[in-house]
Structures are given as structure tokens and as C-alpha cells.
Design a protein around this ligand. Structure first.
Ligand SMILES: C[S@@+](CC[C@H](N)C(=O)[O-])C[C@H]1O[C@@H](n2cnc3c(N)ncnc32)[C@H](O)[C@@H]1O
Length: 239
């Protein structure tokens, strides 16, 4: 069989934490590709996506490729750093090697993979790409809470929590269910809002859902003053 000239880039959703929540397709690709790329933290923190993927990888035969993801607001620096990420991937792809890039949850939901995919398409349109969807943290949390997210004509919102009380209140008022992602940095404000709206008992907060470090809190008022991890979401069922 002729050798491939250019490798394929896979965006693999590894799910929210439990390595068994990977799709069969993600498992197959992760166990076959020569390179598994993952977002690496400059602070030395372990990659959550990689920790989920590791049980599916044979490190004696496959190579891990940690890529530093840009964390700056400086537009020029950002572009330079993103180009560097794409160039590291292109180095392997241009030699005919397939690369699987792992993302926690789903790769196309609030994920930097989407940006990388667009940039790769612009800089190297000859690269074939395939996205393998993953179980998102939203679905993972609903399952662990045994909470039906939506039914019939219910409106379901997935909203990044921000420091804007009125916008957050409006989001709750206009959906039967809201999943607030990125909630940790405004947790106290969100709990105050729930109390004001009389909805504190209609919410739950979940951290690192389905993983070995999972935390579920149904009594959200108890969390006031706590600093929770970035991988935390809040579900509010206003019904
Ligand atoms: C940039 S978004 C990534 C979403 C991810 N692509 C997905 O499909 O779930 C990061 C936010 O998603 C939520 N999140 C991601 N993984 C989570 C997990 N395992 N447990 C709880 N929340 C999670 C948190 O709110 C976190 O701040």
C-alpha cells in the first residue's frame, strides 16, 4: 500500500471524565494513531483531557505531543502562538502521520479545537480533518444528577456565566433549564441571584463530572465563599 503523503487530523472528544464515556470510534482512533496531541498548561497543571485519554493510549508505541495553548489577550502574540501550535501539528501531518487532538467533552462546544481547526484549514487546506463528537459536560452532569434537561417545548440554554447580574437573571427567566458553564469565577454572585429569585433549591453545582474527582453539590448555598475549580458548572431547572 502506498504511504500517505499527508496525515489526517482528528479532533477527539474524550467526554467529561470517566474514560468509559468515550465513543468506540474515539477509542479506536486513540489506540491507532502515532501521535496524540493535547493542550498543555504553562502552569505545569496536568491536562484533564489527556488524563481521560491515557487509558486508551499505548505510550510504548504512540507519542504524546503537548502543545502550549495561547493564554494572552495580545492579538499579535496570540496569532504567533496559534501559528506555532498549527506548525507543530503540521510537522507530523506533513510527514504522513495521523494526529489525534484530544479535548474534554465535545470538541465543537466551547472548545479551542474549533479555532485550531479553522486555522489549520486556512494555513494547510490540504489536511483532511475529522471531528469525533464527545459526551459534553452538560450531558454528563444531567446523567449524574438524573435530571431531565428538557421536555416538550422547554427551552434549554447553555450559557457562559459572566459578571452581569441582569444578563444572568434574564437567562434564567427565559429558559426552563439553564446550564451555566465557566461558573466558578462568579459562583457567589450566581448563588445570590438564585436566592433573590427563590430558586436556590432548583440548582446543583457539579465539578469534574464522572471523573474520580467528581463533586456534586445540590445545596448550592453551602458553596458560598468557596473557590471551585474551573471545570465546574451549575444547572438551574426553573420549572
Ligand atoms: C471551555 S468549556 C469546555 C466545554 C467542553 N468542551 C464540553 O463539551 O463540555 C469549559 C467549561 O465547561 C464546563 N466543564 C467542562 N468539563 C467539565 C466537567 N468534567 N465537569 C463539570 N464541568 C465541566 C465548566 O463549566 C468549564 O468551565
Amino acid at each position: 500500500m502506498a504511504e500517505k503523503l499527508i496525515g489526517k487530523l482528528y479532533g477527539i472528544g474524550v467526554g467529561p471524565g470517566d474514560p468509559q464515556l468515550l465513543t468506540l470510534k474515539a477509542h479506536r482512533i486513540l489506540s491507532e494513531v502515532p501521535f496524540v496531541a493535547y493542550p498543555k498548561s504553562r502552569m505545569g497543571r496536568e491536562s484533564y483531557a489527556l488524563s481521560i485519554a491515557l487509558p486508551h493510549i499505548n505510550q510504548e508505541k504512540q507519542e504524546l505531543l503537548g502543545l502550549f495553548f495561547p493564554m494572552t489577550r495580545d492579538q499579535e502574540k496570540l496569532e504567533r502562538e496559534w501559528n506555532e501550535v498549527v506548525s507543530q501539528l503540521w510537522q507530523r501531518l506533513s510527514q504522513g502521520h495521523d494526529v489525534a487532538f484530544v479535548t474534554e467533552g465535545d470538541p465543537l462546544m466551547y472548545s479551542t479545537f474549533a479555532y485550531m481547526m479553522t486555522l489549520m484549514g486556512q494555513l494547510h487546506p490540504e489536511v483532511e480533518m475529522e471531528v469525533v463528537p464527545g459526551v459534553s459536560s452538560v450531558n454528563g452532569a444531567a446523567a449524574r444528577l438524573a435530571l431531565p434537561l428538557a421536555d416538550k417545548d422547554d427551552r434549554l440554554g447553555i450559557i457562559p456565566a459572566i459578571d452581569d447580574r441582569e444578563a444572568m437573571k434574564a437567562a434564567i427567566a427565559s429558559h426552563e433549564t439553564v446550564v451555566f458553564i465557566k461558573v466558578a469565577k462568579v459562583l457567589d454572585m450566581m448563588i445570590n441571584i438564585l436566592e433573590e429569585m427563590g430558586l436556590a433549591d432548583k440548582a446543583a453545582v457539579v465539578t469534574k463530572v464522572s471523573s474520580g474527582q467528581e463533586r456534586i453539590e445540590r445545596d448550592v448555598v453551602k458553596l458560598k465563599g468557596e473557590t471551585l475549580e474551573y471545570l465546574t458548572l451549575m444547572v438551574v431547572k426553573n420549572k
